[in-house]
Every structure is written in structure tokens, then in C-alpha cells.
Write a protein that binds this ligand. Structure first.
Ligand code: KIV
Length: 274
């Protein structure tokens, strides 16, 4: 049996995540979309880096994740991959690239894996696209499922509120999670579901569960990097804990830079070539 210590420099794999669940070690996961930030996050010791389609919101300024294309996620994924030495890198399959045509889904999955060099993919959805997910896994590509609030289906639901509060939706979520485990997903992300339900499903599954707004009784936690670093303003869901206020830090630094240019204080003698 291999034991991971806090100073473990080995590359994180899907196998390691399962070991972490088995010994009760929580899994850390955070999004990244570019080389510089991925490098810092990896050096800090993150277990999993998600190249999320939330890039559509926080990098491209869209109101939903739907505009994200295959080419765009490949651009973000390959930038992140150049930086990461330790973390497991997961890339989201964007909206419309895995939606009921298994051969086309497999083609898109292979493109992401081949052109980014990522370790695994994440796919939103359960039973409705299970044939697609199974074909991708059977081709040797590890898949993390994503259930609960699925931002790619926002137009179907019309709201970003907590999911699976009603019994019927909770039962469907449990059966989808068991199905994803059965076809070979190595982990599942649960977004915005009641903590009790997330805990119940986690104890039924042998694969790790990662929560965002799913309470503490899951095997790991994920947040969107821009939100946890306080780069985004005006987005304050209950589940979000901010670890920095980079919006203020950057605003103040940029304001000082402008002031120094305007007052001819920058550059000074020491900052000039002679
Ligand atoms: O795209 C993303 O950032 C995600 C997380 C919210 C889990 O899927």
C-alpha cells in the first residue's frame, strides 16, 4: 500500500485519489485556466486542478458556460498543462460536446486529451449521456462525473438554486451517481446539493466525491479560483469562502502605478538605463 505524506512530490493520479478516500484524507481541488496561476496553485500542493468551463464566465466575461468551445478549452488546458508537475489535471468537456452522440463525444474527448496532454476529463450529466461516458472511459480516458447543479443545463432549469431538495430529484441523483460509478467514473463532483444528501451518496460510493456547495461530508472540495481569491466582486453564494481580496490588492497596485506615471515618479534614475 502506498502512503502519501504532506511533502509527497509524486504526481497525483486517479488511483491516488481513491487511496485518499480510503484513508479519509480530504482532496483539494481548484480551477485554473492559465500557465502562471496554474504554476502557483500546483506549487502550493493542490491535489487536483480543474480547467473548468467556468473560464467562460471568469476569463471571457460571459454570463453562462455555454459559449465555451472545444478550441477554447483546449487552449486553456494546454496552457495549464505546461505549468503543472504534481496535481491531477481535469479538463471540462464544454457544452454540446458530450450530448447523446457517443462517437462524436469520443472524438471530442480524444481531441482534448491529445491536444492538451491533460490527465482526465469532467463531464456534466448522468443517465441521459451514459453511453457517451462509457464509450469515453472504455477508450482509456478517465472521467470525473458532475451532478447536481449543472451550469451547462441552466436554460433547462432556469435557476442556479440548490438542486435535489425534492425527493424525486434526490433519488434520480443517487441513481445517476451509482450509474456513473458502475460505468467506471473515477470520481464525481456534486454542485449545490443538500449536505445530508451529499453525505449519504458519498457513503454509498467507493469512488471519491468532490463538493462545491455540497457541505463537509464529501471526500474533497472544489472552488472557482477567481471566487476564492476575491478577484470577482458581487458573487457571494453561501458556500463560498474567500481566502484573499485580490480585487482590492490589484486595484490599489494599478492605481499607484497610474499615479506614479502621471506624476513622473516612475521610472526613476535606478529604473533607467545609462
Ligand atoms: O467549471 C467549473 O469551474 C466547474 C466547477 C464549478 C466545479 O465545473
Amino acid at each position: 500500500m502506498s502512503i502519501k505524506t504532506e511533502n509527497d512530490k509524486r504526481k497525483v493520479t486517479t488511483y491516488r485519489l481513491k487511496e485518499m478516500k480510503e484513508r479519509g484524507e480530504k482532496i483539494s481541488m481548484l480551477t485554473a485556466y492559465d500557465y502562471s496561476m496554474a504554476s502557483i496553485i500546483d506549487q502550493a500542493g493542490m491535489d487536483v486542478i480543474l480547467v473548468g468551463d467556468s473560464a467562460s464566465n471568469v476569463m471571457a466575461g460571459n454570463t453562462t458556460t455555454l459559449p465555451m468551445t472545444l478550441d477554447q478549452i483546449i487552449y486553456h488546458g494546454s496552457s495549464v498543462m505546461k505549468a503543472v508537475k504534481h496535481a491531477l489535471v481535469v479538463v471540462d468537456m464544454p457544452f454540446g460536446t458530450c450530448s447523446g452522440n457517443p462517437f462524436k463525444s469520443l472524438e471530442a474527448a480524444i481531441r482534448i486529451m491529445r491536444e492538451t496532454g491533460a490527465d482526465t476529463l469532467k463531464i456534466e450529466g448522468g443517465e441521459e449521456i451514459i453511453t457517451d461516458i462509457k464509450m469515453i472511459i472504455d477508450a482509456g480516458i478517465p472521467v470525473m462525473g458532475h451532478l447536481g447543479l449543472m451550469p451547462q443545463s441552466i436554460n433547462k432549469y432556469g435557476t442556479y438554486t440548490v438542486r435535489a431538495k425534492e425527493q424525486a430529484e434526490a433519488e434520480k441523483l443517487i441513481s445517476d451517481a451509482l450509474l456513473l460509478e458502475k460505468v467506471g467514473c473515477y470520481a464525481i463532483t456534486f454542485e449545490k446539493i443538500p449536505a445530508k444528501l451529499a453525505g449519504e451518496i458519498t457513503s454509498k460510493l467507493t469512488i471519491p466525491t468532490i463538493g462545491i456547495g455540497a457541505g463537509p461530508n464529501v471526500d474533497g472540495q472544489v472552488l472557482v479560483m477567481h471566487d476564492m481569491l476575491g478577484l470577482t466582486k458581487g458573487f457571494s453564494p453561501k458556500f463560498l469562502r474567500r481566502y484573499a481580496d485580490l480585487h482590492t490588492t490589484i486595484f490599489e497596485a494599478v492605481s499607484s502605478y497610474i499615479k506614479d506615471i502621471k506624476s513622473a515618479d516612475f521610472p526613476n534614475e535606478n529604473e533607467s538605463y545609462h
